[in-house]
Design a protein around this ligand. Sequence first.
Ligand SMILES: NC(=O)c1ccc[n+]([C@@H]2O[C@H](COP(=O)([O-])OP(=O)(O)OC[C@H]3O[C@@H](n4cnc5c(N)ncnc54)[C@H](OP(=O)(O)O)[C@@H]3O)[C@@H](O)[C@H]2O)c1
Length: 231
Amino acid sequence: MMLTNRRVVVSGASRGIGRALVLRLIEAGAQVACGARAEAELAALAEAGAEVHPLDVRDPSSVEAFSSAVLQGGPVDALVNNAGVGTFGPIETFKVEDWDRIMETNVRGTFLLTQAFLGSLTSREGQVVNVTSDVSGRTFAGAAAYTASKHAQRAFTRALQMETVDAGVRVTEIRSGVVTTYFNDGTPRDPDDGALSADDVSEAIVFALMQPKHVRVDEVLLHPRKQPVEF
Ligand SMILES: NC(=O)c1ccc[n+]([C@@H]2O[C@H](COP(=O)([O-])OP(=O)(O)OC[C@H]3O[C@@H](n4cnc5c(N)ncnc54)[C@H](OP(=O)(O)O)[C@@H]3O)[C@@H](O)[C@H]2O)c1
């Protein structure tokens, strides 16, 4: 129960890594406030002990309503920017709507949510954990929009670290290879294809959150031992 009395906010909690993380944080004794758009899935997390609120990270008024509701319950110790989407395909035929959805969710959503909680996090010498990807440092054909968004999240994470370090805030980037979730337009991945599990990634996030205040985990890079086929 090493996270007892820590209040942790998680975005993108309805499934995949976010859901696994919420359950793991509750097990570790944290008070968890979380959000996503799928309200039925959030209701299940409420039954497991999480505080839940609807959240669309693309929408500034939704982020405002979410953060106000969470902060009414008191300050927060950590924010995990996990919500993210990805669609893959060649640049020549890639739809501008998909480009905008990826950028607005992954990049602008991370900015909006971070900005909304930064005052509270600074008052508590808190932590921000941004779930990017191993592609925040590389790319591949067919992945222009997604990898551009993850490179942008990585740059945002570094700038945030520099802006907040003197206030005692610690910022971590979680970069993982392929994970067995519903990612990539909601199709569940075959759990036997060698990818990481959502629990593997959650454990890395919990590792960063459990460090004593003098330890900063700048980034964690996780890969499946044998890389499965990418998207
Ligand atoms: N799966 C992989 O291979 C992999 C690898 C490296 C990094 N990642 C990163 O890990 C993070 C989590 O992805 P996942 O693999 O767990 O995928 P997932 O199973 O598809 O879950 C994505 C989560 O993000 C939420 N979300 C999407 N758009 C949102 C929005 N506009 N507002 C609020 N929440 C939103 C979804 O909830 P709602 O739809 O209910 O809103 C869902 O809970 C993402 O940032 C992804 O880029 C994934």
